[in-house]
Design a protein around this ligand. Structure first.
Ligand code: 5RP
Ligand code: MG
Length: 217
């Protein structure tokens, strides 16, 4: 399957996010309310984006760590399709979110955000409770400190794919990075700054799509 394209709205205001999405919403597959935007505006951006894009996948990137079912209920009631949980959260937290996702139905799901240290034993436990999506993430701070994509990342991505996870990749992605992942069945690429901050965000979104089509056509 061809990887989806997700745009991360890590704006610091709702008005800024709506301005960012205006010209690109119809060219991408998934709209993300970024963690930064959630901190600034709560779940209101999810409500507004759901009103504007009734049929799109909307991700609430809250990176939840505890109180899984309570957080999930709020995200899904606001209109999110997917939500995120941080990889260090405990299994009952993740299971609580997933249970609520299944109760809401209609494609609701939970993505595990992989940051820092996590183990293959944890990955096995995520599988065992029925989680299917992981986000392989190079953090903004690691990127700012000079970390680039390397063979260690690709090895882990390949192993997660082999385990049967739907693997999303993100973290300061540029169009030139896409080809690095061409040998893997990537589920979704998330780009934030490379699209939002482009001179012409619509052209940037289209260029990302074209680049994806080149390798997964
Ligand atoms: C950071 C995030 C971002 O949403 C994600 O990294 C995509 O944004 P960018 O392409 O600007 O890095 O979750 O924690
Ligand atoms: Mg994000």
């Amino acid at each position: 399957m061809k990887p989806k394209l997700q745009v991360a709205l890590d704006n610091i205001s709702l008005s800024g996010a709506l301005k960012s999405i205006r010209d690109i919403g119809n060219h991408i597959d998934v709209i993300e309310v970024g963690t930064i935007l959630h901190v600034a505006e709560g779940l209101e951006p999810v409500r507004c984006l759901r009103a504007l894009y009734p049929d799109k996948i909307i991700l609430a990137d809250i990176k939840g760590a505890d109180a899984g079912s309570l957080l999930a209920k709020q995200c899904y009631e606001a209109g999110a399709t997917w939500m995120t949980v941080i990889c260090c959260a405990e299994i009952p937290t993740m299971a609580g979110m997933l249970k609520v996702a299944k109760e809401f139905g209609k494609g609701r799901d939970v993505q595990i955000e992989l940051y820092g240290d996590w183990t293959w034993q944890q990955a096995q436990s995520w599988k065992e409770i029925g989680l299917t999506q992981v986000v392989y993430h190079r953090s903004r701070d690691a990127q700012a400190a000079g970390k680039s994509w390397g063979s260690e990342d690709l090895g882990k991505i390949g192993k997660l794919c082999d385990m049967g996870f739907d693997v999303t990749v993100t973290g300061g992605l540029t169009i030139d990075d896409i080809k690095l992942f061409k040998d893997y069945p990537i589920y979704c690429f998330i780009a934030g700054r490379s699209i939002r901050d482009a001179k012409n965000p619509r052209d940037a979104a289209i260029a990302f799509k074209e680049e994806i089509n080149k390798y997964w056509g």
